[in-house]
Design a protein around this ligand. Structure first.
Ligand code: MN
Length: 247
């Protein structure tokens, strides 16, 4: 082998090894997705993006398991984004931000309403959870919870009731009205309290997905156990930030 061939062969081996290494060390599909803040996602127009989870797919263990997160984010949430992009292809609504689509959901075709809701709700849901979170709320939102519900446990009871009594698929919410008052509510399917069609309107600061796909692998039909586990994941720092921004 002459020197030139030897060099070419060595370079080829290094390249082949690095790409193999890159592949085998890629821990999850989530690492390859774009990192975006909640506000960046809500301000997007088509094509809407499935952003990376703000933590690893296994980061919410043991309360929400890795496989549920991979399927929930990587397949369910991805399908809402893909179907929304498909539904709006060559439509004037494609120029609307995700937030605007939600606020005008009642004027949209069901396919747009459902998939825009799915994209908005899931992006929001990932952002209000965090690994090793939970505990007690702080700041203004903590004061408002005490003022309206008496104690954190009383608030949790009311939120749990909204989450467990929602028949079929939907969401439980804590929202803020103008003036700062809090409301607990629930919506069906992928609707949310920002929508023009919502019964109880407000700005969500906490939300819980109670579709079976959110908990069935680990909790089967025990939705109440999943709600109990959720309190260990609530990112109260983010809830406080959203509360202060909404007033
Ligand atoms: Mn879901």
């Amino acid at each position: 082998m002459n020197r030139k061939n030897f060099l070419q062969k060595s370079i080829f081996s290094v390249l082949a090894f690095s790409s193999f290494k890159g592949f085998s060390f890629k821990s999850s599909y989530n690492d390859s997705l774009k990192k975006m803040t909640l506000n960046e996602v809500l301000a997007e127009t088509t094509p809407y993006t499935l952003a990376a989870l703000p933590y690893g797919v296994d980061a919410l263990e043991p309360h929400i398991d890795k496989m549920t997160m991979e399927i929930h984010h990587g397949r369910h949430h991805k399908a809402y984004v893909d179907n929304l992009n498909k539904a709006l292809l060559d439509k004037p609504e494609a120029k609307m931000t995700l937030d605007e689509l939600i606020k005008n959901a009642g004027k949209m075709l069901p396919m747009v309403r459902n998939n825009a809701g799915g994209h908005w709700n899931h992006t929001f849901f990932w952002s209000i959870m965090a690994p090793k979170a939970g505990g007690m709320p702080t700041g203004n939102v903590a004061a408002q919870i005490t003022k309206q519900f008496g104690t954190l446990d009383k608030f949790k009871e009311e939120f749990t009731k909204a989450a467990t009594s929602r028949f079929g698929s939907g969401w439980a919410w804590l929202t803020v009205e103008k003036g700062g008052n809090l409301t607990v509510s629930s919506t069906a399917n992928q609707d949310n309290p920002m929508m023009d069609v919502a019964e109880k309107k407000g700005m969500p600061i906490l939300g819980l997905d109670v579709w079976e796909h959110a908990y069935y692998l680990k909790y089967q039909n025990k939705r109440a156990d999943y709600v109990t586990a959720f309190w260990n994941l609530v990112n109260w720092t983010k809830v406080e930030e959203l509360y202060n921004a909404s007033k």
